[in-house]
Design a binder for this molecule. Structure first.
Ligand code: MG
Ligand code: ZN
Length: 193
């Protein structure tokens, strides 16, 4: 295992607006303070790594080419704002929808931890010093399973998840943050109370 801490960031509802399936780059919108959050990580030397489920590929709602165009738009919008991602990891699978190879019982669809483990191997990350941030209960589990901290943001599905579904969470969050910037400040701050 490596030595660099990371903040793993869910895409839809956490880094960008939750708008349903993002089947065109024009549907992608950064949340207001996301670029600043990523810049903070860049300045702190903490890896900023997106970990996202995109089962729309398995379901046939959009192609892998469209997914790549959308992610390129994301990288471009962040770059314009002086922020950069150290990695972008995507699960394209669904256990029961679509056709192989996308219909698969993979190990990377969150809540499974495969995306985080792959990023750690490829980028030399210290998972025990890392944090996973997302807007759903299924984002918290992979963080906990790799020994990282897990933060729920209240953007996207987060507010509804927290207000109405938290008693069903398999893993309670270590922290609940208003948005990604608040989550990053908590992750960097050492205030783990
Ligand atoms: Mg999300
Ligand atoms: Zn997968």
């Amino acid at each position: 295992m490596g030595s660099r801490p990371a903040v793993f960031i869910d895409r839809d509802g956490t880094l960008t607006e939750e708008v349903g399936y993002v089947n065109h780059p024009s549907r992608l919108r950064l949340l207001p303070r996301s670029a600043e959050a990523v810049r903070r990580l860049n300045q702190a030397g903490v890896a900023a790594v997106v970990a996202t489920n995109q089962a729309g590929v398995a379901r046939g709602y959009f192609s892998e080419e469209v997914l790549h165009a959308v992610n390129a738009a994301l990288v471009g919008q962040l770059k314009e704002a002086g922020a950069h991602l150290d990695g972008l990891y995507v699960c394209l699978h669904h256990p029961s929808e679509g056709e192989p190879p996308y219909r698969a019982a993979c190990d990377c669809r969150k809540p499974q931890p495969g995306l985080l483990l792959r990023a750690a191997r490829e980028l030399g990350l210290d998972l025990a010093a890392s944090t996973m941030v997302g807007d759903k209960a299924s984002d918290l589990e992979p963080g906990r399973r790799v020994g990282a901290r897990a933060v729920l943001v209240l953007t996207g599905y987060g507010l509804g998840e927290w207000e109405y579904r938290r008693r069903h969470f398999a893993v309670p969050p270590d922290h609940v943050a208003g948005d990604l910037l608040d989550a990053v400040e908590w992750a960097l701050g050492g205030d783990r109370s």
